[in-house]
Design a protein around this ligand. Structure first.
Ligand SMILES: [Fe+2]
Length: 394
């Protein structure tokens, strides 16, 4: 038996932003809190949204308080702004941070307490109010935040999340046209994040037939189109496929969960401020280099989704080829493939491992249980940028 959850309304495809008109009409709201990434506002991406809102004489409170890897302080600041206004709808526009903050602002805006009170590791308070309706509009193809009920916050040494169904979008609009101006590095990092969502959901111990189907579809689209999206930013087909791949991966991982890559990436974000997508990218090949034998049949299906040659190869050879291709892909899209490149030292591995171990919610979904020794080995391979086979040979 399985249960699958997703937002009720998802609009996707080039030009789908125009559906905001219908949403505004349906909800009959008079005032909106529009939370937007400052860079996205600068690029004029919200201009057409403002035109649509103006058409219905909607009062708009614009906030650009979005920062990458947001802290609790930023979260509380935005929640306070929503509480002080009489807004009836929250619209989030931007990357994962903007969308996560919009979810929290919409829900905490109508609940008491601080962001910290609702964190997964603390759980001091429970929501008593569903919160304001929310429309989430991603401008990157990566986080999948528009279809999940998760909001991530940076703490001192690591990260933690608020996860609750109240945070789920009422409407998600995934319009690839909003990603045309995305620079190569962000396209690469968010694209590898989306690929990681698909792969981790697929090998998660909580995967289902439905999440597997979505995950394989997403990883095929992303693996095929990510290079073009990164290096030919106006390739409309590549942008469309990346937007779709990211959305589909989001639906899959929201239900099956992500695991070791994300769990071990959190301390890289918390301690070394490495952006989310990059911290996943620098670990993805090494986590799978360590765990592939625990999900051998699935590694073969990943190879098929990537369209890799598999004839005449053993399952082990295919799995190791997938791992090697992941490392190649991270390099091909221009991202670092070792922790050394981030000025992280061997001495840092202990504290990274200790913090990584705390992410039990994520680690518990790994097909291979990961203890402190496994985690140290993964960080060490990632530090050196060297894949280690299951037999320990480099
Ligand atoms: Fe992610």
């Amino acid at each position: 038996m399985a249960h699958f959850i997703s937002p009720k309304n998802i609009y996707h495809g080039a030009g789908s932003l125009k559906h905001l008109n219908e949403i505004i009409k349906d909800l009959q709201v008079k005032s909106v809190f529009l939370l937007v990434d400052p860079m996205i506002k600068e690029l004029g991406v919200i201009d057409s949204i403002l035109v649509q809102l103006d058409k219905y004489h909607i009062k708009v409170e614009i906030s650009t308080d979005v920062v990458p890897e947001p802290t609790l302080y930023i979260g509380d600041q935005i929640v306070d702004k929503v509480r002080k206004t009489e807004v009836e709808l929250v619209i989030g526009v931007g990357g994962g941070s903007a969308l996560d903050l919009a979810k929290v602002a919409a829900v905490l805006g109508k609940n008491e307490g601080k962001v910290e009170d609702y964190l997964n590791l603390k759980k001091k308070k429970r929501f008593t109010n569903k919160g304001l309706p929310k429309v989430l509009i991603p401008t990157t193809s990566g986080t999948g935040s528009e279809v999940t009920d998760i909001a991530v916050f940076s703490l001192e040494n690591t990260k933690d999340v608020i996860t609750h169904e109240n945070l789920l979008a009422d409407y998600a609009i995934v319009d690839p046209e909003l990603t045309y101006t995305l620079p190569p590095k962000i396209t690469a990092a968010s694209g590898i994040d989306a690929l990681t969502h698909a792969i981790e959901a697929y090998t998660s111990v909580h995967s289902t037939a439905l999440t597997d189907t979505l995950a394989l579809d997403a990883m095929g689209r992303i693996y095929k189109h990510i290079r073009n999206a990164v290096w030919n930013s106006h390739d409309k087909e590549a942008r469309e496929q990346m937007a779709l791949g990211s959305l589909i991966a989001g639906l899959s991982f929201y239900n099956a969960g992500v695991a070791g890559v994300h769990g071990l990436a959190y301390p890289l974000g918390g301690l070394f401020k490495i952006p989310h997508g990059e911290s996943n990218a620098v670990l993805l090949p090494y986590v799978y280099g360590h765990i592939w034998s625990s999900c051998l049949a699935k590694m073969t299906n990943i190879a098929k989704a990537f369209n890799l040659p598999i004839d005449g190869k053993s399952d082990q050879e295919i799995a190791m080829d997938v791992v090697q291709r992941l490392q190649d892909l991270v390099r091909e899209v221009g991202l670092p493939t070792s922790l050394k490149e981030y000025d992280i030292h061997l001495d840092d591995i202990m504290i990274l491992a200790e913090n990584g171990m705390k992410q039990t919610r994520l680690l518990n979904r790994s097909p291979k249980p990961l203890d402190i020794k496994d985690i140290q080995e993964i960080y060490t391979s990632a530090y050196k940028g060297q894949l280690v086979n299951d037999d320990g040979k480099e």
